[in-house]
Design a protein around this ligand. Structure first.
Ligand code: GDG
Length: 472
C-alpha cells in the first residue's frame, strides 16, 4: 500500500487534541486517516524562528508521524495572517468587502509555499500519495511538480469556492487557479462550490468540463465533490462517556427546567454570530411567553487572535450579547450565555445532548461539522431539533433540519418557535433521516473516497466496502 503524505498549514498531533479547545474541523478529521495509511503529516509547527532553516521536527504520537517546520515572523504575517486569512478567507466566504489585497501578502504566500515544497520534497518517496489541504497551500502542488515530483497529488478545499464574478476581484486570480492544474485531483465540499469552479474554468480559462474531468489546454485533471463527515461512531461513544454525562448534568442543573438552544462556533465573522443573536432577540420580542423559558448557550472559542478583524467581531458580540441580556434578563434568568472558551470534546458532546435545539447559522460555510456532531450526539428516543443555515455546505445533506436564511431575523425567530413546539414524532423522523446521512457519509467514507479517487479508482464507496476503523 502506498504511503499517504498529508500536508496542511498546521499539524495537530493526537496528543494535543485531548486537551480540548477549538480544534479546527480539519485536524479532527485527519489524524485517523494517518493511522490507517502509513505515512506522515507535514506542516507548520505554529512556532516562529528568527531565520528559516528548513529544520524538520519529526515526532510520533499515537500512531501518527508528524513533521513540522518553524516559520519566520514575516512569513507568518504575510502568508498566514495576510494572504490566507485577510485575502483568501474573506473572499472565499463571499466577503469581498473585507478582503485585503497587498503585494507583500501575495509574495509571502508564494514564498512560504516554496518553503513547504523545498522542505517536504526530500521526505517523499516515488510511490507516495500526496494530499494537500486547504486555502493556505493552493500553489503547493505546482511547487512540488517544479521540484520533479511525479507522484499523484490531490488537493482538498475545506472552505467554499467563490462564484467566478467574485473571484475575478482577486489580483492574479488566473495565476492562482492555473497553479491548481498541477494536481491530479481537486476536491470540494459540495456540488455548489464545484459548480462555481467549473464556471470559472469555462469562463476565465477557456477550459472544458466533462463529468468529473476538467481540461485546460493539454492538462486534464479530476475535480469532484467530497462532502466531509464526522466520526459518528466516535461521537456516539464520546456522548456515552462519564465526562459527557457530567457535562450534561452540569448544564441541565444550571438551567433547571429551561430549554437550551446551543451554538458552537469558532469566533469568526463567517459564522454569523451577530445575525444569530439578533434573530434570537427577535424571537424573544415576538414570543414574550417564552422569556424565562429558553437559554441560548453560545460557545465561541477565539480563533486566529492576531488578526484585527477578530478583535472587532469580539467587541461587537460582547456588546450585542450584553445589550440583549440587559434588555430582557430577570433576576433569575439571562437569555444568552455567551462563553469565549473551548471545552474538551466529550464535554461538548454532553452539551449537545443536553440541548433541545442547535442554532447553527453561518453566513457561508464550506461544510460545518458542528451541525453533524449535534445530530450524532442526540438521544434516538428524544432527539433535539437542528436549525441550520441554508448557506452551510451541510445543508445539502441535512435537508431535514429546519433550514433558514441566516440574514433573516424573522426566519430565525420562526424556526426557534417551530423547534420548541415540534411534536416528538416529527423530531424523531427528521433526526432519523439526518442521522442516516451522518452515519453513512462519515469521515471514513469521505477520506476513503478521496484517496480512492486519488489512486485513480473511480467508484465511490458503498457501505459494504467500509472497513472497521484501524487503530494506530
Ligand atoms: C473548516 C471549514 C468545514 C469548536 N469549538 C470547540 C470545538 N470545536 C470543533 C467542533 C468542530 C470544529 O471545531 C469546527 O468545525 P467546523 O466545520 O464547524 O468549522 P471550521 O473550523 O471553520 O472548519 C468548515 C471544516 O473545515 C472541515 O472541512 O466543515 O466549513 O470552515 O469539530 O466540534 N472542539 C472542542 N471544544 C470546543 O470548544 N473540543
Amino acid at each position: 500500500m502506498s504511503r499517504l503524505i498529508v500536508i496542511s498549514n498546521r499539524v495537530s498531533a493526537p496528543k494535543a487534541r485531548s486537551a480540548g479547545g477549538a480544534q479546527g474541523g480539519l485536524s479532527v478529521a485527519l489524524a485517523a486517516a494517518l493511522r490507517e495509511y502509513r505515512g506522515l503529516w507535514f506542516g507548520w509547527s505554529g512556532n516562529k524562528t528568527d531565520e528559516f532553516t528548513g529544520h524538520i521536527d519529526l515526532q510520533r504520537h499515537e500512531g501518527v508521524t508528524t513533521a513540522t517546520i518553524d516559520l519566520e515572523e514575516q512569513d507568518v504575517d504575510e502568508y498566514y495572517n495576510g494572504y490566507a486569512n485577510r485575502t483568501l478567507w474573506p473572499l472565499f466566504h463571499y466577503r469581498i468587502d473585507l478582503a485585503e489585497y497587498d503585494r507583500s501578502f501575495g509574495s509571502g504566500y508564494e514564498r512560504v509555499n516554496e518553503r513547504f515544497a523545498e522542505t517536504v520534497t526530500p521526505l517523499i518517496e516515488p510511490d507516495d500519495l500526496i494530499w494537500v489541504h486547504d486555502y493556505h497551500l493552493i500553489p503547493l502542488g505546482m511547487q512540488l511538480r517544479e521540484r520533479g515530483l511525479k507522484n499523484r497529488i490531490g488537493f482538498f478545499l475545506h472552505i467554499p469556492w467563490p462564484p467566478q464574478r467574485l473571484l475575478v476581484s482577486l489580483p492574479f486570480h488566473q495565476r492562482l487557479v492555473r497553479s491548481m492544474l498541477a494536481y491530479d485531483l481537486i476536491g470540494f465540499q459540495t456540488e455548489e462550490w464545484l459548480d462555481s469552479f467549473h464556471h470559472y474554468i469555462e469562463r476565465e480559462m477557456g477550459g472544458t468540463v466533462d463529468g468529473d474531468t476538467v481540461r485546460v489546454g493539454n492538462r486534464t485533471i479530476k475535480v469532484a465533490a467530497f462532502p466531509i463527515g464526522v466520526d459518528a461512531k466516535e461521537f456516539g461513544e464520546a456522548v456515552r462517556s462519564p465526562t459527557a454525562k457530567q457535562a450534561h448534568e452540569r448544564l441541565k442543573r444550571s438551567v433547571e427546567d429551561k430549554h437550551v438552544i446551543i451554538g458552537v462556533d469558532r469566533l469568526d465573522y463567517s459564522k454569523g454570530l451577530g445575525e444569530r443573536f439578533l434573530g434570537y432577540r427577535r424571537f424573544l420580542e415576538e414570543h414574550d411567553d417564552c422569556r424565562g423559558r429558553v437559554t441560548l448557550l453560545q460557545i465561541a472559542p477565539p480563533s486566529r487572535g492576531e488578526v484585527h478583524t477578530y478583535e472587532s467581531i469580539r467587541e461587537h458580540l460582547d456588546e450585542l450579547s450584553g445589550r440583549i441580556n440587559g434588555e430582557f434578563a430577570e433576576v433569575d434568568w439571562v437569555p444568552i450565555r455567551y462563553v469565549n472558551q473551548g471545552y474538551p470534546r466529550e464535554e461538548l458532546a454532553g452539551f449537545y445532548r443536553a440541548s433541545e435545539i442547535a442554532l447553527i447559522t453561518p453566513l457561508r460555510d464550506g461544510m460545518n461539522l458542528v451541525a453533524k456532531e449535534y445530530v450524532a450526539a442526540q438521544d434516538p428516543e428524544d432527539p433535539g431539533v437542528l436549525i441550520l443555515s441554508r448557506f452551510a455546505g451541510a445543508a445539502l445533506q441535512l435537508k431535514d433540519a429546519l433550514l433558514v436564511n441566516p440574514y433573516s431575523k424573522d426566519e430565525i425567530s420562526d424556526a426557534v418557535a417551530k423547534a420548541l413546539n415540534m411534536p416528538k414524532g416529527e423530531r424523531i423522523r427528521r433526526w432519523r433521516a439526518m442521522m442516516d446521512s451522518v452515519e453513512k457519509e462519515d469521515v471514513v467514507w469521505w477520506r476513503r473516497n478521496f484517496v480512492r479517487a486519488l489512486q485513480g479508482e473511480e467508484a465511490p464507496l458503498g457501505d459494504e466496502d467500509k472497513p472497521a476503523e484501524a487503530v494506530g
